[in-house]
Design a protein around this ligand. Structure first.
Ligand SMILES: Cc1cc2nc3c(=O)[nH]c(=O)nc-3n(C[C@H](O)[C@H](O)[C@H](O)COP(=O)(O)O)c2cc1C
Length: 161
């Protein structure tokens, strides 16, 4: 089956996932690999990678998803906050709203992605509270992600889809 991998990534986390997918899938069936582009629409299946912006996918991804027609779609993404499948499901729920009804979703995968140091500095400036502590802990937990385990889990999710 022909496929394309499109990926939006601002700081490189989601690009790591896209690269892992590229390595796991058969090279000869790949029609397109790169940023969201109409060239990808020719493929029967499209792996769409996004970074989380304000609780949903980034705008480039949202615009691209709206141009899909009858393709099979596998959504993958990274988010700064994580550790909770419920949180990832909420994000994915919002991302799916951009899919046209004829497109068929064959799978999803999300993991945490490290955030720029400026974000930690901003958290440090907050008044001390359990929320501030949780934000700092989360920031530090995100620093090692995506890690090899994340990439392996993505590959197995994509190969099942
Ligand atoms: C402007 C901006 C908004 C963000 N909003 C969220 C958000 O709402 N929820 C979240 O979990 N992470 C948020 N993040 C964190 C990124 O989604 C996360 O670091 C992601 O892994 C970045 O992916 P990339 O390296 O592929 O760009 C935000 C980051 C930026 C820069």
């Amino acid at each position: 089956m022909s496929y394309a991998i499109v990926c939006s990534s601002r700081t490189g986390n989601t690009d790591l996932l896209a690269q892992a997918l590229r390595e796991a899938l058969p090279e000869e069936d790949c029609l397109y690999f790169g940023r969201p582009d109409p060239a990808a629409l020719e493929a029967e299946r499209i792996y769409v990678g996004f970074w989380t912006d304000k609780g949903t996918c980034d705008e480039d991804t949202a615009r691209f998803l709206q141009t899909l027609t009858r393709q099979q779609v596998f959504l993958f993404g990274t988010a700064g906050f994580g550790g909770s499948p419920v949180y990832f499901d909420q994000i994915l729920g919002r991302v799916k709203e951009h899919l046209p009804p004829e497109a068929s979703l064959v799978g999803t995968y999300m993991c945490q992605g490290k955030m720029p140091q400026a974000v930690r500095t901003r958290f440090l400036g907050m008044e001390d509270s359990p929320r501030r502590t949780a934000m700092l802990d989360n920031f530090d937990r995100a620093l090692s992600h995506p890690d090899q385990q994340d990439l392996d889990a993505l590959k197995s999710a994509a190969l099942q889809g």
